[in-house]
Design a protein around this ligand. Sequence first.
Ligand code: NAD
Ligand code: ZN
Length: 375
Amino acid sequence: MEFKKDLGISEVTLEKKAAFKNFPMVPRVVFGSGCFDQLGDILLSKRKHSEAPFIFLVDDVFEGKDLVSRIPLLFNDQIIFISADEEPKTGQVDILVQKIKEEYSDLPSGVVGIGGGTLLDLSKAVSIMLTNKGSSTGYQGWDLVAKPSVYHVGIPTISGTGAEVSRTAVLLGPEKKLGINSDYTTFDQVLLDPDLTKGVPKEQWFYTGMDCFIHCVESLEGTYLNAFSQSYGEKAMDLCKEVYLGDLEDSDSRDKLMMASWHGGMSIAYSQVGVAHAMSYGLGFLLGVRHGIGNCLVFQHLEEFYPEGVALFKKMQKKHNIELPTGICSGLTSDDFDKMIQVSLGMVPLWENALGSEWRNIITPEKLESIYRKI
Ligand code: NAD
Ligand code: ZN
């Protein structure tokens, strides 16, 4: 590294600089009602040759629907339908990668994920594991990915998670629920067609949309807040209020929620989420409670941490007549509570963002158990 000396850059300067996150953004995005029909043109320029297929990972809710006939298949491309009933698992990623490698002699030209956060994260993980050795469990964490992924495209069909912009692919592994956080995780292309979200059931629309709302609250109320995150977080928050408290036309509402999700995701890229997410991870790990509803189940009991946010949440819930299930934690043993608490307390950056560096004095295992017991 002689050149550093030549340039007069000391190791200290480099280390200081690295304290600022240098994170990748989605380099290309297309937005607009009906833009899905442009996908064929977009992929054409990325095709390596006729033997290198595009693999479309598609939420099986679309099986037999009109959307599938609009997928621009060419040569030996393949559609793989995947259920989003369960959130993505490391084992599932490994099996998909093995299947693709066995079926094709060439590396795919790319992977296209069509669906919600589940399918988007799965596609990100598969595209990484096609070029990296071993099991995906080995890459859950921060910056463990050595080689660039194959080209990958994200096409959300439900809005809220921000998975379309984030540099993580959250996976449930045998030991932990944790993302593959890397520069290679971020999509190379995103296609935002609000029409694709037309069929989302109302409850799910609320849960996944509230994921975005909670991202905003946790980012804006967090100690990591900075002007970068605030600018995106405030915009996303305004859009959420318009969508969930205003009286928008359906098409307006779809457009705005899609952009809220985008901005909410951008907001947490440069800060962190907080208490609801830290606790929801525990519910997800032990009980398989899904991300959106899990966040809602926790967030409703967090007045103490987010008074204004929780009041707004309840107003939105009331306006849309959403009843959250109860008794989720009623049959649990003390071992179960311990496991959830352990998973939750492991999310150190989330707690630090939410409550500051002295968070351990505020949030104890007893405190967490008392909140879990209310759910
Ligand atoms: P999802 O992908 O789990 O889907 C929820 C349900 O909605 C499924 O039943 C699905 O089939 C259905 N659905 C999706 N689109 C539909 C449509 N257009 N019409 C009808 N039904 C439709 O939901 P989600 O809330 O978007 O994603 C949750 C996942 O996202 C979790 O696995 C979570 O860990 C992950 N997540 C990732 C990030 C990230 O930054 N990577 C951030 C937040 C959440
Ligand atoms: Zn979330």
